[in-house]
Design a binder for this molecule. Structure first.
Ligand code: NAP
Length: 298
């Protein structure tokens, strides 16, 4: 069992770059706690940080990276283009790099398939959509500012639109989507796999005040294995083939979420978690000016 090294496991993207199986999430990490959390995560072995312009803490993520002393090239950094920046992709990456204090990011994601008007966040542009945004994002690949480009919150409907458009010359390297046993999205995950798009699972613990921690199937698996429910949820994602990005600003949780080596879930345990009866989604689309989800996985 000692060879089961999940924390150094990577998934190879279409570019050949290797994204680690576990990273630190930073959505809702308060500005004054983010640098410390990032530094702590890197000091205990994490080599991957997920942030976004919209989280308002890219500067603090950069601060934590520098304070850690870990060489930049050993760390995978993902950030995201904010919705009101869809017509300003070149400016968007520059703003994020300036905040982060970095020369490049490993992965730049379109945060949502919504080209929101900056002058009125309740409105979508009439003359621009995510296909136009992707056309601009593809141009970033030649600038050295991004090593890979991808999308987030794309269901099958929008991925089909994007991949079938003649302007799409580079497939998204990654689709970052909500994934936990109450939102397992098997059809979307299979679709991404078939298209050669790697998947990152967000809200992998069920997010803030996760209802999953009351799930008896999860609790009994965790108890039988002598692991925390969070560790079981993370390994469930990694064993299913996607990387996981649990968020925490609590040092002990940052450490325990990374204690994933030397054990694994059996096929039976995986099957049980893949088939929990309850369903819930943390991130809906009602706050956006356009619908982006069209039913389960769509
Ligand atoms: N692309 C997108 O649209 C999108 C959307 C949502 C999330 N994300 C990314 O995915 C990351 C993870 O998702 P998330 O932040 O929604 O939720 P999450 O990682 O599923 O859960 C975070 C919550 O769990 C708590 N927690 C963490 N480890 C724990 C442990 N071992 N025991 C008990 N509680 C624990 C955290 O509390 P403390 O921090 O107080 O410890 C926090 O309240 C985000 O931070 C972000 O980077 C992306």
């Amino acid at each position: 069992m000692a060879d089961l090294k999940h924390t150094t496991k990577t998934y190879t993207l279409a570019s050949g770059d290797k994204i680690p199986a576990i990273g630190l999430g930073t959505w809702q990490s308060p500005k004054n706690e983010t640098a410390k959390a990032v530094k702590h995560a890197l000091s205990v072995g994490y080599r991957y940080i997920d942030t976004a312009y919209a989280y308002g803490n890219e500067s603090e993520v950069g601060e934590g990276i520098r304070a850690s002393g870990v060489p930049r090239e050993q760390i995978w950094v993902t950030t995201k283009l904010d919705n009101p920046w869809h017509k300003r992709v070149a400016e968007g990456i520059d703003a994020s790099l300036k905040n982060l204090g970095l020369d490049y990011v490993d992965l730049y994601l379109m945060h949502w398939p919504s080209s929101t008007r900056p002058d009125d966040l309740k409105k979508h542009y009439d003359d621009w959509n995510f296909i136009d945004t992707w056309r601009e994002m593809q141009k970033l690949l030649g600038t050295g500012k991004v090593r890979n480009i991808g999308v987030s919150n794309f269901g099958i409907t929008n991925l089909e639109k994007l991949l079938n458009d003649p302007s799409c010359k580079v497939k998204p390297a990654v689709n970052q989507i909500e994934l936990h046993p109450n939102n397992p999205s098997p059809k979307l995950v299979a679709y991404c796999k078939e298209k050669g798009i790697h998947v990152t699972g967000y809200s992998c613990l069920g997010s803030t005040n996760s209802p999953l921690y009351k799930d008896q199937t999860l609790l009994s698996i965790a108890q039988n294995k002598g692991k925390t429910p969070q560790q079981v949820l993370l390994l469930w994602g990694i064993q299913n083939g996607w990387d996981v990005i649990p968020k925490s600003v609590t040092p002990e949780r940052i450490e325990s979420n990374f204690a994933l080596d030397g054990w694994e879930l059996t096929e039976e345990e995986m099957n049980k978690l893949n088939n929990l009866p309850d369903r819930f989604k943390v991130c809906g689309d009602d706050w956006l000016p356009v619908k982006v989800f069209f039913g389960d996985d769509e």
